[in-house]
Design a protein around this ligand. Structure first.
Ligand SMILES: [Zn+2]
Ligand SMILES: [Zn+2]
Length: 247
């Protein structure tokens, strides 16, 4: 992905921070530009002092940023850029020059937007920015396995829809442990959980038949995809494959 963003575009985008714009920003490309452009960094510094009068350059860390990312995304989408930046100025600062966190932000914002549209299961891959990510783990289930496990559970009379996870697959590789599980939701839909130990910053990309879901890992190393329709695990008994991807 070439750097096609200009300083003018960055300035316009940065200035939206002072407005109630609900466009999720920055994009990873914008953050990439800013990481290397002193002119744009100067504007970022100026805006930061407007947000937090009298404060100099804040500490900046990926780990510290990720804890607040979900709340920041919610504020950005619901109340606008300025409210989000004023609530989390250090995160705002960090996102504007860290392409990795900006990418996680873009995905989190895309998922949150889809959730708001109640269209999570239809989230098309094509609407995502072209990522440069590394796969650190894979999980897979042959067609029919999920429905066989579900049938067995029903036959055994296990508490169906209880709190316990239905663990489908566990894999160890390269010092990581990955697992894939399902949990019944009250409405009859399913939550897909992908876990990684130790936790990573990244995404779980989950293929169920022809459907594709993506979810970022939370600080505990769990990616959640909620409200997956029941029919997905019954009809045609699709294969499931998961990749664990990091920036
Ligand atoms: Zn620039
Ligand atoms: Zn970062």
């Amino acid at each position: 992905m070439g750097s096609t963003v200009t300083c003018d575009e960055i300035r316009a985008a940065l200035l939206l921070t002072m407005t109630h714009s609900r466009r999720p920003q920055p994009t990873p490309k914008q953050a990439q530009h800013l990481a290397h452009c002193h002119d744009c960094q100067a504007l970022r510094r100026y805006l930061y002092t407007m947000l937090l009068a009298g404060t100099d350059q804040p500490p900046t860390s990926c780990a510290a940023s990720q804890g607040d990312l979900a709340a920041y995304v919610d504020l950005s989408l619901d109340l606008g850029a300025r409210v989000a930046a004023e609530a989390y100025p250090d995160l705002w600062w960090h996102l504007w020059a860290c392409p990795a966190c900006a990418e996680l932000f873009a995905y989190t914002a895309a998922l949150a937007t889809a959730e708001r549209q109640d269209a999570l299961h239809a989230l098309p891959l094509a609407s995502m920015p072209a990522p440069q990510r590394r796969v650190i783990g894979r999980l897979a289930l042959a067609p029919g396995v999920v429905s066989r496990i579900l049938q067995t559970r029903e036959l055994l009379g296990r508490a169906y829809g209880g709190e316990d996870d239905l663990v489908l697959n566990e894999v160890e590789s390269d010092g990581y442990s990955f697992h894939l599980s399902l949990q019944r939701e009250p409405a009859g839909t399913w939550e897909i959980l992908v876990g990684v130990i130790p936790p990573v910053v990244g995404l779980a990309v989950i293929h169920v038949g022809t459907k594709v879901f993506q979810a970022p890992f939370d600080p505990l190393g769990v990616a959640h995809v909620t409200r997956v329709p029941n029919i997905l695990f019954r009809d045609g008994q699709p294969a499931i494959s998961v990749t664990i991807e990091v920036p």
